[in-house]
Design a protein around this ligand. Sequence first.
Ligand SMILES: C[S@@+](CC[C@H](N)C(=O)[O-])C[C@H]1O[C@@H](n2cnc3c(N)ncnc32)[C@H](O)[C@@H]1O
Length: 423
Amino acid sequence: MFTLLTFTYPHESAIVIGLLEGRGIKTFMKDEHTVQMQPFYSNAIGGVKLQVSADDFTEAAEILLEAGYIPEGGAQQPGFFEKLEALTAGVPLLNRISPEARMLVIAAAIIIFIMLFIGIAELQRSKAALVLSLPIIFNFVYLVSSFPQHILTSTFNMEYFHGYSEREFQRLIDQAIFLAPQVYPQLHLPESGDLLEIGCGVGAQTRILAEKYPELNITGVDVSAKEIESANSWLDEREDLKERIEFIASDFLEFESHKSFDAAFICWMLEHVPDPQSILDKSIGLLKPGGSIHITEVQNNTLYLFPKNTSFEKYWRAYCRHQQEVNGNPFIGAHLRKWLSDAGFSSVTIKPHHELFDQTDSGKLNEITNYWWDLLDSVGDVLQEKGYISADERKEVKDYLPVLSSQENALFFYAFIQAEGRK
Ligand SMILES: C[S@@+](CC[C@H](N)C(=O)[O-])C[C@H]1O[C@@H](n2cnc3c(N)ncnc32)[C@H](O)[C@@H]1O
């Protein structure tokens, strides 16, 4: 999708969207959720972006030019990486990595192709060229296979369920803000001291933690160097928080610290790791005696929407199945008491918390169904590639969720688990 116009607030885009959609052009509002939840963030994130597909960009720009919404030559032209992203959106595997990594893969493919071409030509001249090239091929295979797996993972996103695209970074920020009223009131974090955030991603929870607990120092660790880079870029602009926050790119299992922590915080992370027990075992070793751990995790079998929709249920099953296939656990919450105890934590508590939205507040119901669509859509391409859902089913779910709140007796229910323990 390409950005055509930006607005400070979502409501300012209503007329423009009407103009475009009335002419059959599909639009998408990037960052709409964030600004709706936190209007003051608008300037910091560059406003709400009105986007259209590559195919519609020129026509949409002409319509808005005609209507006087953009000056002559004033449409923000898509940049190189946006164009590359749109061009390769339909290429399996390639469309799961960031535009920068796509460029590297394409460049590598071109170089290999040229080398092969030259190699074949050489081979016709002398068999010796083939013999000479064998060690190079063996070395290349050895290098790739011995490269640290977590670096490959974070760079090429072959494993992490939601991937490491810019869109996912934005989704994490929207998600943290949107779910904060559910997540934070029930946690018992210390008011001051050193907090270790494991799997901090782009620092979406870190920012909320730092604002809610002004006397906590926070160390955020994440395996994705790209996410840490993104976290540092917003931190650079927050002089007020810089002193108290440090982000470190490292696989948590390899993370080394010269200090011990008063508490550890984990949110929506253990569901993505192949061996959560090893993360808990390592966490306890990094805590001071008496230090605490605070975990928020999924329990995906608790989801219940009414009225029911068969395609939605199929999509949700496919989502959970795919997560298990990439070594995650969508039902991890209920396991945490045993695993925390096995790691050596005492006073372990497990509390399910539910979100129930119904027509007593259809605005909230609408917000959660829109949020849930973002979550489902973040893996939509992969589920389609795997053949778990069809394009029609995906479209049906996309249409079903936004109108759910207007259906008779509509409701959304989901329970997540919060686990705490002490060293
Ligand atoms: C769903 S994201 C959640 C991020 C953040 N906690 C939040 O709520 O916004 C899960 C994060 O766990 C990170 N992660 C997965 N395995 C990890 C590991 N072994 N060490 C450190 N981070 C890891 C991923 O890179 C990803 O950023």
